[in-house]
Every structure is written in C-alpha cells, then in structure tokens.
Design a protein around this ligand. Sequence first.
Ligand code: AMP
Length: 412
Amino acid sequence: MNFSELSLSDPLLRAIQDEGYSTPTPIQQQAIPYVLEGRDLLGVAQTGTGKTAAFALPILQRLGRPARGRRAIRTLVLAPTRELAAQIGDSFSAYGRYTALNHAVIFGGVGQRLQVNALRRGVDILIATPGRLLDLMNQGHIDLSHVSIFVLDEADRMLDMGFVHDVRKVVTELPTRRQTLLFSATMPTEIVKLSRRILDDPVRVEVTPSASTVEKVRQAVLFVEKADKRRLLSEVLTSPGIRRALVFTRTKHGANRVVKHLLRDGHSAVAIHGNKSQRARERALRNFKDGSIRVLVATDIAARGIDVEAVTHVVNLDLPNVPEQYVHRIGRTARAGAGGMALSFCDREEIAYLLDIEQLIRQEIPVVQQHPYRGEFDRNTPATERPPEDQPRKKSRNRWGGRGGWRGHGKR
Ligand code: AMP
C-alpha cells in the first residue's frame, strides 16, 4: 500500500514525500481512513510505530483551511511530557508545511509569555501538556469551545504521571460534539474506563509493537552485581561500535550518579530527566542529536517520545519492573527501520523482572557470558539465593566503609 491510496490531499502527500516516507506504517494504514471519516478511535500503539502521523495527517486534512477571521483552536492534542509535545509540534510542522494551518505547543517549565503571545495571535491546533494547559485556561488565555478534534496521546503515561484528574478537567471544557482519538501503548483498566467515558462508539486499532519492535533489535543480557553496574557500563562504552547510546536508569538520582561516573571515566555523557530545566533538556537533546555527546542517560518518563534517529545502543542499567517499559525502551533503537542493539544489565534482584520481560516478548534474551564483571548467577538462580532488597547491603557498606568489606565476608 502507498500513501496515495489513503485519500490524503496533495499538500499532505507532498509533505510525506519530503519526509521520505514510502509506505504507511500499519497504524497509519489502519487509523487514517477512520480518522478521515470522523470516527472516534482507540489506538493501541506506542511511540515509534508512526502513530503521530497516523493522527496528524488526517487531522490536517479534516481541518482544511483556517477559520475565517480569527483562528480558533479546533484541535487539541494532550501529551504527557514536554519532549513529546514538542515532537508532536514538529510533526505538525512537517506534515502541515504545505497547508495554511498553524499550531502552538505549550508546556510547563518555561515562561508562559511566548506561549500566551502565540495563543493571542490565534492557532488552529494546540498541543499541550495538561498542567500548563489548565494553568493557562484558568488565566483565561484559552478557549476550547471550538475544538472539534481532541487527541489524548500516551494515555497510559498520563495515568502513570498522575495526570488523570487534569485530563478529566480538560475534557469537561470541550464541546461534547467532537471527534476523540485516544492512544495508549498499554490498556490498563483505568484507561479502558477512561476510554469508555470519553470515546463515542470508537473503532479500535491495534498494532503489535512488542513483536515488531523486538524483532528489529538485537538484544543481550549481562548478569552483573548491582555494585558493579556503573563500572561495567564504562567498560561497555569503550566499544567504538557504540556511536550513540541511550542509557536508562530507574531514578533521576541514579541518572545523575551515572553521568558523574561516566564523565570521570572520560565518556561524554549527559542526563535528561524531570528535574532538569527545559533549557538544559533541550541542550542535552541537541548535543546528543548532533553527536557532540555520545551518551544520554535518561529516566523512562524523560525518554518517552524522544525521537533520536541513529541511537545505536540502548543500555538498561536497571531493568524496568513493568515489562512493557522494556519494549518502549528498546524501541528507541529501532526507529522506523534502523535496527540497533539493546543491552540489559541484570542484577540478582532483577531476575524476576527479566523473566517477566521474556514472557512478554516471548523469547529468551541471549546472555553475554564473557564480560569483566560477570555476576555469579543467572536466570535460573533460585529466589532464595537472591538478597531480598538492597537495604541490608547498603547498611553493611556503611559499616565496613566500602563495598570490599561486605564482599569479602562472604556472608549475608
Ligand atoms: P512516532 O511513532 O510517531 O513517534 O514515529 C516514529 C518515527 O517514524 C518518526 O521518526 C517518524 O518520522 C517516522 N515515521 C512515521 N511514519 C513513517 C513512515 N510511513 N515511513 C517511515 N518513517 C515513518
């Protein structure tokens, strides 16, 4: 199938050609016709599947021309993070470049003046994170009464980030007669409930990213004791084949520590997470994209939606406890056709997570047996031989002043 079979207008087809896309992705093939028809849609798909174009293209087509007189917000897109919102904005710029429609992106963490100015000038499409949107609504800068298409992107992430109340509040401000598109990578019960409330007779479109993403990425697991992970990372990163690596940690604090460690070992690295200012995040991303920084260390939330082509390696310094997260993470290195490699560091306490992940992706991840910090355990090590939590170890580390202490004692 090619794009011209999707009844898209010439200005959109030209933009698609400029982007270099030859065939629509599965989510685009399935969703675009329904969205063009004006149907509500429940899209089960994650970032990396081409879902932004799956909604942006038909929306641009349906909006047609800007309203006569002053522009009014006719499409609202809610996204969970600033990065994702900015990226969706970039997509609308790209796909809408031959249309007369415009858009604005608003998110928190930066001054509101420029955003308010843009709103005053009038926008057709507004892309926003929930917090800043509500804030500007409360200040009277935003009128949602003309919205005819509402998109809720990454709904599961919104839920994780505690945005559900905000989303509900926004929805109550929208006209009831509207088209609603909800995208979510996973479908926990809360999302099912929310979708029942905000969607009207939706078509459900599902792509199976798990299989398709996973197939494109070479994967490996390295068993390593927790205390050796950072050293192992430094070692692994000496490989020249790793041109651009995205390293995941579970916490912001962890991300900062890893960066410190890497810098000390002479690697170029920067962290990106919610505690960083918007400017710092943008700079980090820019430097990572242009290659001046080779290693980006991120938490899941910060990394969600980051679209950096040519990430050659994803390193899971910590295994995620939600198996779907693993698929999201490794998907960063399998962008639109370019395969990559995912390395997962697994300590004793994470074996259960590893097994959950393998169950989800229905394959056993190959083990790197030879590496300088190989832990003396594997996926079959019984739970009884794994320490319950890292708490006691931390204590003993303090008491004996360094990890050599407790390691040498051989007793736990
Ligand atoms: P998304 O899932 O929307 O974040 O898109 C992931 C990546 O796929 C982006 O870099 C898009 O530019 C790219 N992409 C989207 N649609 C296509 C397509 N039909 N062919 C090739 N690349 C695409």
